[in-house]
Design a protein around this ligand. Structure first.
Ligand code: FES
Ligand SMILES: [Fe+2]
Length: 452
């Protein structure tokens, strides 16, 4: 078992470089993180009718996600119970049955084994079909139309797992009548550890002006001043959030639509603002017109306001398959949706300008740790720690800096907790104290500053 307390120092915001490379860390993640957390699968609008399905990954495990006759959504391991062949090879479609290409076993939309060739002559009519259905994923649920699955029956409910993050998500998932994803997802391979993009999206406002300097300059608009960190607005420009189960985000106020310099999207959003303020209050109204870099632990990330929505599917410790949808609001006109999709593809599609900038860093952040001497080192995520704390009106732990690493620290706090915990009961036992190490770290940082 990996000694996780040697890998993450929560109070001091420090992580070992081993987390990006070691095979044993990865194997433990597959069991303890991907085997027990809720993982994003699809959006309900992409499988509206009985028999509609998509295939997806849950960690390294392939699954089929299917709309049932009664409207429920179920997910099954995409592995034949005969000799283990992949049952469904399509990315999406509508099927009344999934028939294995190897020997022809056929499974219903409910995962049950419906028929098998030569049942009478080869099995003498005695085969127990009831016990040979596809293995069902223990929990599937949807939050405001966003569908997640979880292998662990003992996990909290999806709303409880999202926890404080649900309050924030409701801003754009519920504020104007709902959000949806435009698919099918674009797919690409990056040779990096899955946590590098997950931590980047959840908390890294710091890299934007530097990594994306050229692209931001070319894209133009009000954010072009960020290029090369020329004009960074610091005071009250935004904040960072981390929550009980490691979800979090950073927001820059009034940043919606600005990366794409998109007046139509901004007009649409600002027209919604009075009704949204009435419905959700002033804080969420302020969040609604912000730009968020965000993550739902472990491997689902999105940029609200630039509207790319991603899952980083792990393929071993140093490779991922990136799946990218576009996030739109249901109430947008078809023209506006089409425009948002076009722009999201330009920036964060598989060949997007900003995606390419990030991809290079993500790969080298991973591969530089191939060297065992390099891996003895640690990484720093202490930025803005001095300003972390609770807020009278906002749930979770709040960092006052929009360029800060509060949500990085929170991501690794929960990662370490899941990697160490024997089961969900052991995680639940920390519910009352999860903020302590983060608050202690902030207090120490403040004391150090006073002493200096
Ligand atoms: S492996 Fe699927 S029918 Fe044999
Ligand atoms: Fe980036």
């Amino acid at each position: 078992m990996v000694k996780v307390n040697e890998l993450v120092d929560v109070a001091h915001g420090v992580q070992s470089k081993r987390v990006f490379w070691d095979q044993e860390v990865y194997e433990q993640e597959l069991e303890r993180v991907f085997g027990r957390c809720w993982l994003f699968l699809t959006h309900e609008s992409l499988i509206p009718n009985f028999g509609d399905f998509v295939t997806a990954y849950m960690g390294e495990d392939k699954v089929i996600v299917v709309r049932q006759k009664d409207g429920e959504i179920k997910a099954f391991l995409n592995s034949c119970t005969h000799r283990g062949n992949q049952v469904c090879h399509a990315d999406s479609g509508n099927a009344k049955a999934f028939t294995c290409s190897y020997h022809g076993w056929s499974f219903g939309a409910d995962g049950s084994l419906a028929a098998l060739p030569l049942e009478q002559s080869a099995y003498y009519g005695k085969f127990d079909k009831a016990g040979a259905g596809l293995r069902e994923v223990a929990k599937v649920d949807s939050y405001r139309g966003f569908v997640f699955g979880c292998f662990d029956a003992a996990a909290p409910s999806l709303p409880d797992y999202l926890g404080e993050m649900g309050w924030y998500l409701d801003t754009w998932m519920d504020g104007t009548g709902g959000a949806e994803l435009v698919g099918p997802p674009m797919k690409s391979i990056l040779r990096c550890n899955w946590k590098v993009p997950a931590e980047n999206f959840i908390g890294d406002g710091y890299h934007v002006g530097w990594t994306h300097a050229a692209a931001i300059k070319v894209l133009g608009g009000p954010l072009s001043g960020l290029a090369g960190n020329a004009e960074i607005p610091f005071d009250d420009a935004g904040l960072q959030v981390t929550s009980r189960h490691g979800h979090g985000f950073g927001v820059i106020w009034d940043g919606l639509g600005l990366i794409h310099d998109d007046p139509a999207y901004r007009e649409y959003a600002y027209a919604n603002l009075p009704a949204l303020t009435e419905k959700m209050g002033p804080w969420r109204a302020k969040l609604y017109t912000g730009h968020w870099n965000a993550g739902i632990f472990p491997n689902c990330s999105y940029l609200y306001g630039t509207n790319t929505f991603k899952v980083w599917n792990p393929r071993g410790p140093n490779e991922i398959e990136v799946w990218t949808w576009t996030l739109v609001e249901k109430a947008m006109s078809p023209e506006l949706k089409a425009e948002v999709v076009k722009q999201a593809i330009h920036s964060f599609g598989t060949a997007g300008t900003l995606e390419s900038d990030d991809g290079e860093n993500m790969e080298t952040c991973t591969w530089s740790n191939r060297g065992p001497q390099t891996r003895k080192g640690v990484m720093n995520s202490q930025m803005g720690q001095i300003n972390d704390g609770e807020h009278p009106e906002l749930p979770g732990i709040i960092g006052k800096n929009f360029i800060g690493e509060t949500s990085y620290r929170g991501f690794y706090r929960f990662w370490a907790e899941m990697m160490q915990a024997e089961n969900w009961d052991a995680v639940r036992a920390n519910d009352a104290t999860w903020k302590d190490a983060l608050i202690k770290g902030a207090a120490e940082a403040k004391a150090a500053e006073r002493a200096a």
